[in-house]
Design a protein around this ligand. Sequence first.
Ligand code: NCD
Ligand code: ZN
Length: 454
Amino acid sequence: MSRLLLHGGTIVSADSETHADIAIEDGVIKDIGTYIEDYDEEVDITGKLLLPGLIDCHVHFREPGLEHKGTMQTESAAALMGGVTTVCEMPNTIPPTCTISALADKVRRAEALLENPNPNPNPIDIRFFFGITQDLHLAALLELLNGTSQELTHLRARCCGVKLYLDHSTGDQKVRDDVLEDVFRVCGQHHFPVVVHAEDESTNRVAAAQNTRTNVAVHSLLRPAESEAIAIERAITLAQKHSTPLHIAHLSTEQGVELVRNAKKCRPFDCAQGDTFSITCEVAPHHLIFTTDDYERLGTLIKVNPPIRSAKHRFALWQGILDGTVDCIATDHAPHTLDEKNNPEPLRSPSGIPGVATMLPLLLTIAAGQWPNPAEPNATCPPFSVRDIVRLCFANPNRIFHLGKHDIEKGVSTPIVVVDPAKESAIHASDIPSLCGWTPYEGWRVKGAVQKII
Ligand code: NCD
Ligand code: ZN
C-alpha cells in the first residue's frame, strides 16, 4: 500500500486556512501535520490551495431525453474540470424525475458512469431532485419517503429533495396549485428539503400580455422582480405553516434577498412550529456577475430564468452573500445548443446558461480582487475569500441537503481539489468538455485554476 504525501499546500475550510502536509493511504487521509516523515511518494504542492470537492446543488445534466444538450458523462466532466465533485440534478428531463421509475433510471445511469470512469478518472457524485407537478407525483414521493424495501431505501439515499416550479420554465414543470400545499405538508412531516423556483405565473402572464417588443432584453421585463417576491412570499408562508425545510433557488432580486433575510429572523413563536422551520437560499454566478447591460454583447446567451437583473439587484445579492443571508452559490448549469440559443426570434430562444465548469475560476478571480467581467474594467470586487467559496459551495449545501460530505480531515476519504490561486488564464468553451460548446464567459481572463483532483 503506497503512502502519498501532499507537501506544502494550504487546506481551506469554511472557517480556516491551515498550512499543513497531508498523508493519504488507500484513498484515506491518514495524517495532517507539519512534519510527516512516513511516506512513499511526495507531491510538491507548495503555494497551492486544497479545497474539499465542491458541491453544486443546482444543475441540469439533460439525461435522459435531452442528450443533444448534454449527457451525464459530458456535464460531469465539465463539473470535475471546475472542481465540482458532487452535483444535485434537477428533474426537468424527458421523462421528468417525477416517478420512482424515472428516479431509478437516473440513479442507474449515474452508477454506470462510476463503473466506467473513462474518460472521467475522478468519480462524480450525482444526487437527484424529485419533481412534483400533480398529485400522482406526490403519491410517488410518499412511496419513496415511506418505503422500506432495499430498492426504495437505496433510491431515497440518492434523492436530495423535492423541486417545485411555481411558474413554467424550460421543461414546463409548474406545480399545480391544488397540490402545492400538500407537498409542503408532506415534506414538513418528513423534514425533506423543498427547493422552489420562485417566479409567479400570473405576474409573468400579465407582464407578457403588456409586451409588444421582441428584443432579448425584454425577457427581464417579462419575468419582473415582483414576480420573484410574490412567489417567495407564497413559499415562505407555506413553509412556516408546515415547518418545511425551504430552499429558494437562484435568488435574483433585492426584494427576494430582503424576504429571505427577514424570514431567517423568524423566531419560533412567529411560525407554526418554527423551531424546525428553516429557510435557505442560493444565488447563481450569472446573477452575481452580469447585469442587463450585458444583453447588448451577449444577447440570448444570457437569457435565463429568473432573468438577469439591473446592477441594483446584483449589488443586493452580493450584500446577501456578505451578511450570510445567501447560503449557497449554485450554477443552475443549464446547457442548450448554440443553434437553439441563436433562434431568430430572441424571445423564443431557450432560457438557461451553462456554468458548472466556470464557477470556481470566476469566484477565485473575485477572491483575488479582480472583477472578471471585461465590460466593467473599473469595477471593484466585493470583499470575498476562498473560505467564502468553501462555505457557499461546500459546507452549506452539504448541510442543507444532508449530503454527508467531509472537510479535508484525518480519517476520511474525500476528493481534494488542488487549486493554483496564482495561475492566470482565459476561459474558452473549446477547453470545456460540456456538450453545448459555448460559454457566456468566452475569452474572460481569470486568476486561479484547478490543477488536479486527488
Ligand atoms: C433551466 C433549464 O434550461 O433547464 N433554465 C433556466 O433558465 N434556468 C430551467 C430552470 O430551472 O428554470
Ligand atoms: Zn434550474
